[in-house]
Design a protein around this ligand. Structure first.
Ligand code: ZN
Length: 380
């Protein structure tokens, strides 16, 4: 089959420049999403907007090509906040040869651009495939993934998904989830000179905090990495008073692996708190964001095979397929909705720092791999 789809680095660059020029912190993605939607519409793809809980729109385009499987190409439009120390305006960016420095250039407006270009080429070359290609540019990935949740809650059906986050050397097929646990410790106030009359919530919280990570170790999974740590511990009043702290709180973050649930974690923590035989009371709550772990470890799945052979053909070597430590919208799309997911995208660096960069050469290469995966998978 002759591949009629071609992808151009300079077109990808100008599209990327138009997206990075519009600030899109979580909760303020709308203007950048409009730039994306207008381009999609101008290129013959009808878009619809699905508003997430943060009031910001996801851009969705469904390209229908008769009966057959459905493939979702997903990316996020939001960026992290600009760090200190940028050598250029983070929204104008700076190009040096084929490297483009800008906020969100790598994470992940380049991946959104790749999906836009692939969607256009598939829309123009419907004789190469069957089924439905779904494009989505979502919001809020860097915060609570409200965009991905809205996408899944909209009733969208897909048989597989490529998330074009900047993982260049291969593909990510799984990651831990995470749970943020707040422990509220209640003791009993008393005069600080008469501590035996009260229960010091600070001391009781500290006993718990000092031992919890070793007493309730993270679950080790053969493929999915995991860790946990204490993020904060607070007790007493910020103002100086000679009073025994009545309240204390501990914040723990823990990565969870496939098979592990939030109830498993909470019941282990409660059992450990009980074992301390503390006179204080311990209450456990889960704070947002909660992410489900995910793993799409199916080398013989038609989607994995389509991706691997496309990657092999385009790049001349087999992809390195692995699990990774980081959270992405695949935690929602696969972890919660069960859709087979592969994370693969352009080459970049300095994520979540100043001088974030993307290698422009890698964008059309990603387009080639994604387009070829799509045409191989979308064969009904
Ligand atoms: Zn990202």
């Amino acid at each position: 089959m002759v591949n009629m789809m071609t992808f151009n680095k300079e077109e990808a660059f100008s599209l990327l420049k138009s997206l990075v020029a519009v600030r899109s912190y979580p909760g303020e993605e709308e203007a950048a999403q409009q730039v994306c939607a207008i381009w999609m519409n101008e290129n013959g793809m009808r878009t619809r907007l699905v508003t997430a809980k943060n009031g910001q729109p996801n851009v969705i385009a469904e390209i229908d090509n008769g009966p057959g499987p459905a493939l979702l190409l997903n990316g996020h439009m939001d960026t992290v906040l600009a760090a200190e120390g940028w050598k250029c305006d983070p929204w104008q960016g700076m190009r040096e040869g084929d490297l483009f420095y800008a906020l969100g250039a790598a994470d992940m407006k380049c991946g959104v651009v790749a999906n836009m270009l692939v969607a256009r080429e598939l829309a123009r070359n419907k004789h190469l495939w069957k089924g439905t290609l779904i494009f989505s540019s979502v919001t809020d990935e860097e915060a609570l993934s409200m965009g991905a949740h809205a996408l899944m809650d909209s009733g969208l059906r897909a048989d597989a998904c490529i998330v074009t986050e900047p993982f260049w050397d291969g593909a990510v097929i799984g990651a831990p989830g995470k749970i943020l646990i707040q422990v509220d410790v209640t003791g009993k106030a008393a005069h600080g000179f008469l501590p035996w009359e009260g229960i010091n919530a600070g001391i009781e919280a500290a006993r718990f905090a000092a031992q919890v990570c070793s007493a309730v170790p993270e679950v080790k999974h053969p493929l999915v990495p995991s860790s946990q740590t204490l993020l904060s511990i607070h007790a007493g009043s910020p103002q100086y008073v000679i009073t025994l702290p009545e309240k204390a709180s501990v914040l723990l973050t823990r990565q969870i692996v496939p098979g592990e649930t939030r109830d498993d974690v909470l019941s282990k923590l409660r059992a450990f708190a009980d074992s301390l035989q503390s006179p204080a009371t311990f209450e456990f709550g889960v704070r947002d964001p909660f992410y489900t772990p995910w793993s799409f470890d199916q080398p013989d799945h038609v989607f994995t095979r389509a991706f691997s052979s496309a990657y092999q053909r385009v790049r001349g070597r087999a992809p390195e397929i692995r699990h990774w430590v980081g959270i992405t919208d695949a935690n929602v799309i696969n972890g919660e909705s069960g859709i087979p997911c592969i994370v693969f995208g352009p080459r970049g660096g300095n994520f979540h720092q100043c001088q974030e960069w993307v290698d422009l050469v890698s964008i059309p290469v990603v387009c080639d791999v994604v387009a070829e995966t799509a045409t191989a998978f979308l064969q009904g």
